[in-house]
Design a protein around this ligand. Structure first.
Ligand code: GLA
Length: 756
């Protein structure tokens, strides 16, 4: 059981979670200090050993009797503004008289088992109250009469600390919150590299790392959603850490809108980390008696490198953030018609697809964009969630029944947050647009955004969607969102509240999703925003899986899936086999390679499965069989990144079950190389003294190799041998010799099975 205690002599809170300890103290001025977070330390009694007040020339000292104390160089837990700490603050408020000072001092605290819900926001949860312990520290600004609750939750089996903040206006006047971060933490040194996930449409989840130096380094989103450009995640890693060892602190925001992940190295070499709603273009009016709840930020600590960090995130997010029946249960494999038909389909084609799904052993047919209104391209009909009777004269219900009659499940695509100008919805409610009056409205893909902060808009959407999902008895919904927000404003907010519109939108979205989630517990919800544009922990709370990228090229997917796995469990990652040449990058990779890459997540097909060749059909069957046999392991095992995509030779990863007994090892050759060295992959997560059988699964595409322009049998195709765990983890698994030169883009998938 995780524990939190308060040492009344030394005024120190001790947070003891699974494999992580944290100490927070109350300083002589009543301010909170962060002493330590990291590897387990059970007791800590002497704060002055870690931190004494240093007289700093030029620093502002708030106490006339103490020339040594200044806020400018102490490690804060939730810094306010205006009293000597010149770093960026976590809280910035404009009070009724125009002052913007926040001086936050300890007022009270509460320790309780369990974890409270955050009103209207997604958050991690516990299923039994003894799984988590929560500390709430209340800080008070005695001059401005503002209270702040800081929540810290530690968990029994994950090395994580969940943080959130509630700001209460206990004054008699309205205030304007200019910035309220979810969390802040100051580390006592700055010897860190900052790791983040950057990208763009179809190029999501690229890992980027840089050494921290004095000053600010941050990643953020301004696009209204968490966005393609950066994921709401950063990690601070010690320079000597890597995938397998060393100290890494990961930070992840459970939010789907504009975010900021901020680091600042101070003049005294401390490092501040803050995470929360992006304060740029944000303001929130808070009347007397009202409170503002920030989203949750999750900090994960690992002494076992980045794999350890990711495994903590995976475990927490798969089991205590995702919800419902499908959170970690393998979902049926699916075929989606998008890259096969785009908008050009009708009843006959969809039913034909369903028939082929059944034939190939695919569990679900998902009908993508183009089934509603009069949508034959992307210029019209978003907002009109009624079936296009030209394409489906017998209606949606009949279509869904016919798909099911073929023996597969029926899934459907929607993009509810949008409307086109060419739609009945726009014609009757142009003012429902998320928009700032008087400015021309920018479009994205010809579409405009509905103001989900308005009750009548979400009510309309709920009613339309409820009807479609109930009538079709669909068991799968792909929920898309395909543009950035611009000219953000709301027709129903007063001028002082216009900068609340973006956050109100996200709150409205969450409310709508919660209602639908509760109404349709059987549905598998797939999150999508032109691929990974809103792949974030907030959406994971409602939707257990995400279409990771519109880039379906298997070679690029290695990078994308590798990067996404830094934070997101592979059970939440949707991979689909696409046509060759690939529609996004024009590259051709072998069909078997595409299948093998898609295996590691929620597997499916986005190519035309009605026109597979005999050989492709065989390969698809082979991989669907592997997926069927191993999907529970893939969803629930520990994911290990073994060799990164920056290694131009090969990418490797493995999934090993928690007991260290069964696993899958994947090696994906990127580029062949003449006269290459011997190469090895060191496995992880096995038992040293046990024996394992390592057997090649990825036939038939590597059954031959090229020599002197001819195909010759490849002797390693039937690899099947016994190794000890220690051998596989220390000597490594030797890659077959021919691995070096038989062409690019080859897959080598092995089962790893305990034999004693
Ligand atoms: C987005 C999605 C695609 C597809 C199209 C349909 O781009 O990411 O998978 O659904 O919309 O318009």
């Amino acid at each position: 059981m995780p524990s939190i205690s308060f040492d009344t002599n030394n005024l120190i809170f001790s947070l003891q979670g699974y494999n992580v300890s944290s100490f927070i103290g109350i300083d002589t001025d009543g301010g909170l200090r962060h002493y330590y977070t990291g590897r387990k330390v059970e007791t800590f009694t002497n704060p002055s050993y870690v931190m004494t007040h240093n007289p700093r020339v030029f620093a502002a000292c708030p106490d006339e009797n103490d020339p040594a104390f200044s806020e400018s160089d102490v490690p804060m837990v939730y810094p306010g503004w205006g009293r000597g700490d010149l770093r960026y603050p976590a809280l910035h408020i404009r009070h009724h008289d125009g002052n913007t000072i926040s001086s936050l001092k300890y007022a009270a605290h509460r320790i309780e088992s369990g974890k409270p819900e955050l009103s209207g926001l997604p958050a991690t949860y516990c299923e039994k109250s003894d799984e988590c312990t929560t500390l709430t520290i209340t800080l008070r600004d005695n001059v401005n009469k503002i209270e702040v609750d800081l929540l810290f939750t530690v968990f029994s089996n994950v090395s994580a600390i969940a943080r959130s903040t509630l700001v209460r206006n206990t004054s008699e006047h309205s205030i304007e919150i200019l910035n309220a971060q979810s969390m802040a933490i100051d580390f006592l040194d700055s010897d860190f590299e900052l790791l983040s996930l950057r990208g763009a449409w179809a190029r999501e989840f690229e890992m980027q790392s840089r050494q921290l130096q004095q000053g600010v380094t941050s990643v953020h989103s301004n696009s209204g959603n968490s966005g393609h450009f950066f994921n709401p995640f950063i990690a601070l890693k010690r320079p000597d850490s890597n995938e397998f060892q060393g100290d890494v602190y990961g930070f992840s925001l459970v939010y789907s809108g504009n975010f900021l992940a901020h680091t600042e190295v101070s003049a005294y070499d401390q490092t501040r980390v803050m995470m929360g709603i992006n304060p740029h273009n944000f303001r929130w009016q808070l009347s007397p008696g009202e409170s503002f709840q920030t989203p949750e930020a999750v900090m994960v600590y690992s002494s076992d490198g980045m794999n350890g960090m990711s495994q903590n995130f995976h475990h927490l997010y798969r089991t205590r953030l995702a919800r419902g029946k499908w959170k970690s249960t393998p979902r049926p494999s699916q075929a989606n018609n998008w890259e096969a038909t785009y908008f050009n389909f009708n009843e006959e084609k969809i039913i034909n697809f369903a028939e082929h799904c059944k034939r190939h052993g695919v569990g679900r047919m998902t009908m993508d964009d183009g089934w509603f209104g009069c949508r034959n391209d992307d210029t019209s009909s978003l907002g009109d969630w009624v079936v296009d009777e030209n394409k489906f004269p017998k209606g949606l219900k009949s279509l869904a029944d016919s798909v099911r009659d073929k023996g597969v499940e029926f899934g459907i695509w929607v993009e509810p947050e949008m409307f086109n100008k060419d739609s009945n919805l726009y014609r009757s409610h142009p003012d429902w647009m998320l928009h700032t009056a008087g400015h021309p409205a920018s479009h994205g893909r010809n579409q405009y955004i509905l103001d989900l902060g308005r009750e009548e808009v979400t009510e309309y959407l709920y009613n339309c969607l409820e009807q479609v999902f109930a009538a079709t008895k669909t068991t799968f919904v792909k929920w898309d969102m395909n543009r950035h927000m611009t000219e953000v404003g709301s027709a129903v907010l007063n001028s002082d509240q216009q900068q609340e519109a973006a956050h109100r939108y996200i709150l409205g979205l969450y409310k709508l999703l919660e209602r639908l989630f509760k109404r349709f517990p059987e549905i598998v919800w797939e999150n999508c925003a032109s691929g990974g544009g809103r792949l974030d922990p907030g959406m994971l709370y409602y939707m257990p899986e995400t279409w990771t990228s519109d880039n379906t090229d298997a070679a690029d997917r290695l990078h994308i899936q590798y990067g996404a796995s830094l934070v997101y469990p592979i059970s939440s990652i949707v991979n689909q086999v696409s046509p060759a040449p690939n529609h996004q990058v024009g590259r051709s990779t072998p069909f078997a390679f595409r299948n093998a890459v898609a295996l590691f997540g929620s597997m499916g097909y986005i190519c035309d499965i009605t026109s597979l060749s005999d050989e492709e059909r065989q390969i698809a069957k082979h991989y669907l069989d592997i997926w069927g046999k191993y999907n529970s392991l893939i969803f629930n095992g520990q994911f290990w990144r073994l060799s990164p995509p920056t290694n131009t030779r090969f990418v490797s990863w493995a999934v090993i079950d928690d007991a260290g007994e069964n696993g899958l090892l994947a090696i994906f050759k990127q580029r062949a190389r003449a006269a290459a060295a011997y190469e090895y992959i060191k496995l992880c997560g096995l038992k040293n003294n046990s024996l394992y059988r390592v057997k090649m699964l990825s036939e038939p595409s590597v059954r031959y190799r090229m020599a002197d322009g001819k195909k010759i049998p490849w002797p390693y195709a039937d690899h099947d041998a016994i190794y000890s765990g220690a051998e596989l983890m220390n000597l490594g698994f030797a890659l077959p010799p021919e691995f070096v030169h038989d062409g690019d883009y080859k897959e080598f998938i092995y089962s790893v099975t305990l034999v004693n």
